[in-house]
Design a protein. Structure first.
Length: 636
């Protein structure tokens, strides 16, 4: 099997590939310089050689240098070292050299992918990236469509934009023509529970009526897009583990926060399907439609993967009962992990024999039993969703900003576009890059982002030979880290009493839950302590030691992040975790949150077993030392 050498993809923790990186950067900058010179070479230079030696000119150049030197100093002193395996914090890591170089090269040309005339090179790249992501997510390329966004937040906004306008479209058709086929004789309840596939067909049917699709335009103008009336559209169901962007999205798009209904998660922090079922039935009993359901593939706090296959099956079951909804996946964090399941021929592999295959090909070490069947089934079922958010700037290992959204059926774009796309599309017979700006929420946007993702995908295949190997390392590291925490169980920290005699205090460590992906959360607690407040104090004290505050970042041994689980946001989900730590749940039910340390382990540089063992030894040595520093020593 053709393989990708992961070490050759990055500049490296110690800039091991600096020679190649600098050579390519110099080459790309030279190419840009020659491009400027070669554009009408007979034109005279604007800045003459004598002018370049004038005092004011040199003074300006000197001041430019001062600013850039100051910038470099600030960046080196205060930036987070994403590239280092010692960084255990947010969803960041080293970025692909190819992606970084592509971004740097493209930004000199400064293309704007809002309009084709401002980005004739990079807009086609964005269209190609959309197709690549659609194929990787399991969609039919003849129907699917996707594009780059600033981030996952904007992609989630667009997902809600699609579902909002689609939900209102059947009602709009009935208002314009009550006898139109497909809506004739149907009640408002039936129209508000029309399956996505039928609404998409209504888009096609209405576009075929009247001169220049005038009927479609009239119907679209009576949808929420024209009226702004969202009251009848129903509620949006999301797991408690949702990204905060969904709270903003319902505000921005006029759905209202009261119509955002959180669904309980289980103690492994996946959306509880039984609770989802109860909520759907509760809303249906009160004749309140379900605008949409959102599942998360890789939660940003726990790395949990919701059971997509079970939600998809639930939707099929309820559609037989006359209840339907739009289904969106927020896979901003975990979407790229689907590459692990594609063989080198880009076929989604069967579960039987998958673990053995991944072990034999060196994608994931045999000590790590991943993926479990439910995680595999969730990834397999992703094409069941109507749209998917996915962030190349997370597990795609490319620079910011590069989120993305992909839709299963591009006809839905007609409900949000600001021109008549079908006229041009039918004439072209293919995807016209000049139309991209008409479908999207953003205005000006960097073509450099599209070029960066395009280059990354060209170099690293979106299957097990490329991204699968890279992300497999990340998954392996996370599970090794979890297993190490689980096996550690407890440890002793020494101190001296008043008489100078060495004493010991025992602490236990408990991971929150076995990771579905590459996020690990955990907490330490002194054995015998039952106070949540005291345990939280230890966690927060440790976090202050393991975060960058000020001064040179070089002084920090390890850097991590933290998060809080509250009763309001997570219900009873953390109680199993608290019991394992020996903590009374009373403090939690008294509305005190649970603080945990959190590590997003994107790093691809801890794959070799001997490297990890040494790493874990250093990590625990630092932990013991730091706990001794931050805890008050009892005196006798």
């Amino acid at each position: 099997m053709k393989k990708t050498d992961v070490g050759a993809l990055f500049l490296g923790p110690k800039s091991e590939n600096h020679k190649f990186f600098k050579e390519m950067l110099n080459f790309l900058i030279d190419e840009h310089i020659h491009w400027r010179r070669d554009f009408h070479p007979d034109d005279k230079p604007y800045i003459s050689f004598p002018e370049q030696h004038e005092k004011l000119f040199q003074s300006t150049i000197d001041r430019t240098q001062d600013v850039l030197l100051n910038l470099s100093s600030m960046l080196k002193a205060s930036s987070e070292p994403w590239f280092s395996p010692r960084y255990l914090g947010q969803m960041n890591s080293d970025i692909l050299m190819c992606a970084a170089l592509a971004y740097m090269a493209t930004v000199l040309y400064n293309p704007n992918n809002c309009a084709y005339e401002g980005s004739p090179a990079t807009t086609p790249m964005e269209i190609e990236v959309g197709k690549q992501l659609a194929e990787m997510l399991g969609y039919n390329l003849e129907n699917a469509w996707g594009h780059i966004t600033a981030d996952g937040t904007i992609a989630n906004y667009e997902g809600l934009w699609f579902m909002r306008n689609m939900k209102s479209f059947p009602l709009a058709i009935r208002e314009v023509d009550p006898n139109f086929p497909g809506v004739k004789g149907k009640t408002e309840w039936q129209l508000l529970n029309m399956p996505t596939r039928r609404i998409l067909q209504l888009i096609t049917d209405t576009e075929k009526v009247g001169k220049n699709q005038e009927f479609f335009e009239r119907c679209r103008d009576r949808s929420v897009r024209g009226t702004g009336e969202t009251d009848a559209l129903g509620v949006l169901l999301v797991p408690q583990s949702k990204h905060y962007s969904w709270t903003k999205a319902v505000d921005v798009l006029g759905i209202g926060r009261h119509n955002l209904i959180p669904i309980d998660v289980t103690d492994n922090f996946r959306m509880d399907i039984d609770e989802l079922k109860k909520e759907i039935e509760n809303q249906a009993a009160h004749k309140i439609p379900i605008l949409g359901v959102v599942s998360v593939v890789g939660t940003t706090e726990e790395g949990a993967v919701d059971e997509v296959h079970r939600v998809a099956e639930l939707r099929r079951r309820y559609e037989k009962q006359g209840v339907s909804f739009y289904y969106h996946l927020d896979a901003a964090y975990g979407g790229y992990t689907r590459t692990i399941f594609f063989d080198e021929e880009n076929s989604f592999m069967h579960y039987d024999g998958l673990k053995t295959f991944l072990h034999e090909q060196g994608v994931i070490h045999q000590d790590v039993a991943w993926p479990p069947k439910d995680v595999y089934e969730a990834y397999k079922a992703m094409p069941e969703a109507d749209s998917i958010t996915i962030d190349p700037h997370k597990m795609g290992y490319v620079p910011y900003p590069a989120g993305a959204i992909v839709v299963k059926d591009k006809r839905v774009r007609d409900l949000v576009s600001y021109f008549a796309p079908y006229v041009f599309a039918e004439e072209k017979g293919e995807e016209d890059p000049q139309l991209l700006g008409a479908y999207i929420m953003e205005g000006s946007k960097p073509g450099a982002a599209a070029a960066s993702v395009w280059a990354a995908h060209r170099l690293v295949p979106l299957n097990v030979t490329g991204y699968g190997r890279l992300i497999g390392r990340s998954v392996e590291v996370a599970h090794r880290f979890y297993n190490s925490l689980h096996k550690q169980r407890s440890f002793k920290v020494s101190y001296e009493d008043k008489k100078g005699k060495k004493r010991y205090r025992t602490f236990k460590v408990v991971p929150l839950t076995r990771p579905d992906f590459n996020m690990v959360c955990w907490a330490f607690n002194e054995v015998g302590n039952t106070s949540l407040r005291r345990m939280n104090g230890l966690t927060l004290a440790l976090f202050k030691k393991f975060q960058y505050i000020d001064g040179p970042v070089y002084y920090d041994d390890f850097l991590t992040s933290h998060t809080e689980f509250t009763l309001e946001n997570y219900g009873q989900a953390p109680e199993t975790f608290l019991r394992k730590l020996g903590i009374s749940t009373k403090g939690y039910t008294d509305k005190q949150g649970v603080w945990v340390l959190r590590a997003s382990l994107l790093t691809p540089f801890l794959d070799v077993e001997k490297v990890y063992k040494d790493y874990w030894t250093r990590f625990m040595k630092t932990i013991k030392k730091t706990i001794a520093e931050v805890t008050s020593v009892p005196r006798k």
